[in-house]
Write a protein that binds this ligand. Structure first.
Ligand code: G
Ligand code: G
Ligand code: MN
Ligand code: NA
Length: 252
């Protein structure tokens, strides 16, 4: 199976899907969500994004995938709003996509064409985005921020970038990587790292999302350290948007 070819076919034939995973507050109430790509294949399985996103990055197909993802994110925001739930949604933006010369135009056009409000879209980028052309990248983030979009640093703490960039970027949120959450609260150094990130973010006025929250003990630890937002299987798995809307209607 040629993943690269098949993925292109899946994109162009409407087979790809965008799932959404709820992000909840300390009371378990949904306050947002992250859009995550899903690729269903013939035998009923889903090819997970950690398999096909790197392939798409290699081949350049990530640009077309990202364009599609952005539009899906806008539609999802609108569908949630129509159902009475005005919630911000996050979409992952790959460095390759972000560095496209027309990225700002693409975002502006997608917002204009769909009618989605910019302030309900959060762009998740990774620290790796800053490895080169840092000034240009930050300038571009400021342009998008001025348009109303918000930025989140995904997988925070796993990159190699310096903390200096936190001051320079127009950030809304940090997402503490799952690898730190998984060992809390039992592992003292993971717990200390999570507490330090929460304290630092609080001083910088940044919201924090803890990723990969799977146990009650993790949730209790995060809540007792004033983490405002949790995402993980303890609360909800990624699901099709209609399923999330149904859960919200049921008050879950
Ligand atoms: O769902 P899963 O854990 O397999 O996701 C693995 C990776 O795929 C994550 O790093 C996630 O950020 C990435 N990913 C999921 N959906 C998208 C998307 O729409 N665009 C990009 N660029 N990456 C995505
Ligand atoms: O890199 P990024 O943060 O975008 O990837 C998010 C990925 O993490 C998604 O693919 C999602 O399926 C996965 N995920 C979300 N919650 C949990 C969780 O509680 N445990 C595990 N193992 N994975 C999770
Ligand atoms: Mn993410
Ligand atoms: Na992550």
């Amino acid at each position: 199976l040629n993943i690269e070819h098949e993925l292109g076919v899946a994109l162009n034939s409407g087979v790809l899907q965008m799932y959404v995973q709820a992000q909840v507050d300390r009371n378990g109430r949904a306050i947002g969500g992250e859009l995550l790509m899903r690729w269903p294949v013939e035998n009923g399985d889903m090819v997970p994004p950690h398999i096909f996103i790197p392939v798409a990055e290699e081949s350049g197909l990530i640009v077309a995938l990202g364009t599609w993802a952005l539009r899906q994110a806008c539609y999802a925001v609108l569908r949630l709003q129509e159902a009475g739930h005005t919630l911000p949604l996050s979409v992952n933006v790959s460095p390759t996509q972000f560095r496209q010369a027309n990225f700002v135009d693409l975002v502006a056009r997608t917002l204009a064409e769909t009618g989605a409000p910019a302030h309900l879209l959060v762009l998740e980028v990774t620290e790796g985005l800053l490895i080169d052309k840092m000034e240009e990248t930050i300038a571009r983030m400021h342009q998008l921020s001025a348009m109303g979009l918000r930025f989140s640093i995904d997988d925070f703490g796993t990159g190699y970038s310096s903390l200096a960039y936190l001051k320079k970027m127009p950030l809304y949120e940090l997402k503490i990587d799952r690898s730190f959450i998984i060992d809390t609260p039992d592992d003292a150094s993971s717990a200390a790292l999570v507490q330090s990130i929460l304290a630092m973010a609080s001083h910088l006025g940044l919201r924090v999302v803890a990723e990969g929250v799977e146990t009650l003990a993790q949730a209790e630890f995060l809540i007792s350290n004033a983490c405002a937002c949790m995402q993980g299987y303890l609360y909800a798995k990624p699901m099709p948007l209609p399923a999330l809307i149904q859960k919200l209607q049921n008050g879950e």
